[in-house]
Design a protein around this ligand. Structure first.
Ligand SMILES: *Cc1c(COP(=O)(O)O)cnc(C)c1O
Length: 347
């Protein structure tokens, strides 16, 4: 029985082309700036999102932290969504290591924060207040149904940031999913932000790594902060080689993941005992609720696992998350829907 692992797109395995590229990568000491594969990767990443420069980092968490540390000094404040990955799932790194103060604003179900709420959170000049320095957005929005922020919305937040003299950072762990879902060039989604991070090791299937992109001055300082965090790596081109293949080969196919997720959402909608917002299912992350009272959530997840289907109980007392990705085929969606139905019927 094939295991259908829908817990996350981080379970994706490197492709044959990636393994070959890793095997053949020309490398050097990147701390001396002498790894040709890293240099090629960073140039490619910067061009891809329309920024002057880029930095290879070990993970999305490190990328976001490096950006926070580069934008903000100790005691300064970041405005970010109350359901954002940076606030919820990065171990409080900005506070723990940067002395940076997070100021949360409500995320709407579509992953946005209301402009009025953002403006309301910006501090005036007052001895008692921390100084606001940075606003963060997330696209696609992991815990808001993998929702997509539009170009217009991002630009409108950038205008607010500019008016108040603040920086704007985009946690673009899945920015290519957003671009593919909207049918726009990723540059349109990153044009008005000061910094962006994106993951290679999720839907793009590379084994390790993320990129941080911004102006040359920003990246020079970010490089220093990466070093502070212990992220200065030597022959890192070995892993960045897979990242190059990820950017070249794995972006367009993300629409297959979105189509699979959509079909899964439509199927779940037809199953009695499950509840889902199909319209909100626009990329590769979907959430649904178990509303059948015949089975508790722990047994539900366990019974599915016995049938070879893995998903996460996350986001609510009876809520599950399903993520489609490279390696999940259309027929796996049929198998999953059948198993979901059976588990409820058998309980
Ligand atoms: C996964 C993720 C990150 C962090 O990436 P890691 O590589 O797991 O550290 C950041 N933001 C979002 C929205 C993510 O989904």
């Amino acid at each position: 029985m094939k295991s259908i692992d829908l817990r996350s797109d981080t379970v994706t395995l490197p492709t044959t082309l990636m393994r070959e590229a890793m095997c053949e990568a020309e490398v050097g000491d990147d701390v001396f700036g002498e790894d040709p594969t890293i240099n090629r990767f960073e140039q490619m990443a910067a061009e891809r999102v329309g920024k002057e420069a880029a930095l290879f980092v070990a993970s999305g968490t490190m990328g976001n932290l490096v950006c926070s540390l580069t934008h903000c000094a100790r005691g300064e404040e970041v405005i970010l969504g109350d359901k954002s990955h940076m606030f919820l799932n990065e171990a409080g790194g900005m506070s723990a290591l940067g002395g940076i103060h997070p100021h949360t604003v409500a995320n709407q179900p579509d992953g946005t924060m209301r402009l009025a709420d953002i403006e309301g959170a910006i501090r005036g000049s007052n001895l008692h207040y921390p100084r606001t320095r940075l606003i963060c957005l997330e696209n696609t929005h992991n815990s808001c149904n993998g929702s997509v922020l539009s170009v217009e919305y991002i630009d409108s937040v950038a205008a607010v940031a500019k008016r108040h003299g603040l920086w704007l950072h985009l946690d673009g762990a899945r920015i290519f999913n957003a671009a593919v879902a909207l049918g726009v060039d990723v540059k349109e989604l990153t044009g008005s932000v000061d910094s962006v991070s994106f993951c290679l090791s999720k839907g793009l299937s590379a084994p390790v790594g993320s990129a941080v992109c911004g102006s040359s001055d920003f990246i020079a300082e970010a490089r220093r902060n990466r070093k502070v965090l212990g992220g200065g790596m030597r022959q890192a081109g070995i892993i960045a080689a897979a990242g190059i293949v990820a950017m070249e080969q794995m972006v367009e196919r993300l629409k297959e993941d979105h189509a699979n997720a959509r079909r899964l959402a439509e199927g779940i909608d037809q199953i009695e005992g499950l509840s889902i917002d199909v319209a909100a299912s626009k990329t590769n992350i979907i959430y649904f609720d178990l509303i059948s009272d015949r089975i508790d959530i722990e047994s539900f997840v366990k019974q599915l696992e016995k049938k070879g289907i893995r998903l996460l109980h996350i986001g609510g007392p009876r809520r599950c998350r399903v993520v489609t990705h490279y390696g999940i085929e259309a027929e796996d969606i049929d198998v999953t829907l059948k198993a979901l139905k059976e588990v409820i019927e058998e309980s």
